[in-house]
Write a protein that binds this ligand. Structure first.
Ligand code: GAR
Length: 214
């Protein structure tokens, strides 16, 4: 059974998609042992509580500096000892030491087709604002392993979503979530929990022969 810690910052709709998938059997061999939020008011914490999953608040603002937060955050993760850390809308940079200690065991969902619209400053609604500003016609979401770079780790899966005439950042965000994020993240977790993918250098390879068309 794959033990997961899910890290969140806000609404927690991706967390909800994971919870629903665990409930429906779309994800097997996995469980969430804790949810960590940097924001005490995150709706995601209510979603965790509704499923009797412990919620832990760890905000960088409560520490004298980033180094102190990074140490406490990494120590907490070590104590929890998950097999997989899932960043489901977590808007805090993962400490380098945690990345090293949990190498290829941290996944992130990003609301664009990496390597487009990613890196410093590209998070949440801002990503969709930039997509609309640039006028691209196709965007999407990416689920990837986290390395020491920003949105740079090995890509597990991606899904394209069309930008529509008249989209606002909010309508586009919603479509990317519905058509891509809430499908990709549970599917990736299920693949990891059931040993269907592996990291080979910079790339993720499938160990089964079935091509899952999400
Ligand atoms: C999601 O769109 C997620 O992809 C994004 O934040 C949103 C969180 O929504 N993450 C990033 O931008 C990370 N760079 P949620 O709290 O409802 O899941």
């Amino acid at each position: 059974m794959l033990k997961m810690v899910v890290c969140v910052s806000g609404g927690g709709t991706n967390l909800q998609a994971i919870l629903d998938s665990l409930g429906s059997g779309r994800i097997t061999n996995a469980e969430i042992i804790a949810v960590i939020s940097n924001n005490a008011g995150a709706k995601a914490l209510e979603r965790a509580a509704a499923h009797h999953i412990p919620g832990i608040v760890m905000s960088p603002k409560k520490y004298p500096d980033r180094e102190a937060f990074n140490e406490a955050f990494t120590a907490k993760m070590r104590e929890l000892g998950p097999d997989l850390i899932v960043l489901a809308g977590f808007l805090v940079r993962i400490p380098p030491r945690m990345v090293a200690e949990f190498s290829n065991r941290i996944v992130n969902i990003h609301p664009a087709l990496i390597p487009s619209f990613c890196g410093v400053g590209y998070y949440g609604l801002r990503v969709h604002e930039k997509v609309l500003e640039r006028g691209v016609k196709v965007t999407g979401a990416t689920v990837h392993f986290v390395n020491e770079g920003m949105d740079e780790g090995p890509i597990i899966e991606q899904k394209a979503v069309r930008v529509r005439e008249g989209d606002t950042p909010e309508t586009l965000q919603r479509r990317v979530m519905e058509q891509a994020e809430w499908i990709l993240l549970p599917a990736a977790i299920d693949d990891i929990a059931n040993g269907r993918i592996a990291v080979k250098g910079e790339r993720v390879v499938r160990l089964d022969t079935v091509c899952r068309d999400t």
